[in-house]
Design a protein around this ligand. Structure first.
Ligand code: ATP
Ligand code: MG
Ligand code: FE
Length: 357
């Protein structure tokens, strides 16, 4: 099926066109520059930027794919989770198109769509004809840190663990602000860390104490969850201690040690969740997938535990419309009924709800 996918859950307006598992076009307009002076995504600004970018981005994607609206078999749009005002713009636009064209519309889950990108030709490993049934997905971005079990992407997705406070990307952005490194924090800290010593500071790995983790037989309350707020506080204390003594803050060492703590705890817990749930394949997604240390440590730990790791190209890890179109095409292929056009954006849409009824 020929499917148009629309993504507007955060600060990227993404539009993708796929035919089955073939990616025909994928256009992204980001409002990230407009959030720089605030050091984080401002929901109202993001929503207004989507409003301006949506129609031109749809036009560009259709042009690149060399198809017309009338050719579409279905439209898919991110209905949640995400920022309410941002989601509403994409959902309203998609509903308008679907109503005018009489095309089936799917309101789909943003997190599951991140996994859906793994079905696309060129992303899917050559040895897979489809997503394996024992697939884990590690999603790490400015708004999310989650590990999922994906049995069947159109109908059986389960949340195994998530952050109980900040998302990993959010921690990067906050720590970057603490050391005056700018926004978005991920890329700057990644670069700064390359010049620092990752063992200079021993920053805390949240929720790794026995009372949280427990054992395989008797799991603790947060066995597969993460927490990054204590790490952020520890970095803040370290910075203050140097400043209070009038010393220069060792920014590169702090960046490297912070990055090590994040990569260590994310990969350790993700690999443990996979092992305990018998998942021998793992897909990485989200903007923080661009992080050099996260990638290398995850690759090492997957290799040593016999987990096959798939990392899509960075442009398909950050928010995009191709992933939404890819999941939409799969729902059509699996005979899943389109969403009732009365649906609305669902900022808290759970992963179990792959598409809205
Ligand atoms: P959502 O959470 O809804 O998926 P988002 O816009 O917050 O959306 P992305 O656009 O996928 O997420 O990713 C942006 C995040 O990725 C930012 O927090 C940014 O700091 C982080 N990031 C980007 N590059 C790197 C990197 N090299 N290392 C660490 N973090 C990075
Ligand atoms: Mg973004
Ligand atoms: Fe995302």
């Amino acid at each position: 099926p020929l499917v148009l996918g629309i993504e507007s859950s955060c600060d990227e307006t993404g539009v993708g066109v796929v035919r089955g598992t073939a990616l025909l076009a994928h256009e992204v307009a980001s409002s990230v520059e407009e959030h720089v002076r605030f050091g984080g995504v401002i929901p109202e600004i993001a929503a207004r930027a989507h409003l301006e970018a949506l129609v031109p981005t749809i036009r560009r994607a259709l042009d690149t794919a060399d198809v017309t609206l009338a050719d579409l078999d279905a439209i898919a749009v991110t209905s949640g989770p995400g920022l309410a005002g941002a989601l509403i713009v994409g959902v309203a636009g998609a509903k308008a198109l679907a109503t005018a064209l009489g095309t089936p519309l799917y309101g789909i889950n943003h997190l599951v769509a991140h996994v859906g990108v793994g079905m696309l030709d060129g992303v899917r490993p050559a040895q897979w004809d489809d997503l394996p049934e024992d697939l884990g997905a590690l999603l790490v971005s400015g708004g999310h840190t989650e590990i999922l079990r994906v049995g069947r992407i159109s109908s059986e997705v389960e949340l195994l663990g998530s952050t109980i406070d900040d998302a990993a990307g959010e921690a990067y952005d906050k720590v970057a602000r603490l050391i005056g490194a700018g926004y978005p924090g991920g890329p700057v800290i990644d670069r700064l860390a390359a010049q620092g010593d990752p063992t200079a500071f021993r920053f805390p790995r949240g929720l790794t104490a026995g009372k949280f983790v427990g054992s395989a037989e008797e799991p603790g309350p947060h066995r597969h969850d993460w927490s990054f707020s204590g790490l952020k506080t520890a970095v803040s204390r370290a910075v203050e201690q140097f400043e209070a003594r009038g010393l220069e803050v060792p920014r590169a060492d702090i960046a490297a040690s912070f990055q090590e703590a994040v990569a260590d705890v994310i990969t350790a817990k993700a690999v443990r969740a996979c092992r305990e749930h018998g998942l021998t394949h793992l897909m990485l997604g989200g903007g923080v997938a661009a992080n050099s240390r996260l990638r290398s440590l995850l690759a090492d730990r997957c290799r040593s535990t016999g987990i096959e790791l798939v990392v899509p190209p960075v442009g398909l890890c950050t928010d995009n419309g191709a992933m939404v179109a890819a999941l939409g095409a799969r729902l059509v292929a699996d005979g899943v009924a389109p969403s009732d056009l009365a649906f609305g954006a669902d900022p808290g849409q759970p992963v179990g709800l792959v598409s809205l009824p």
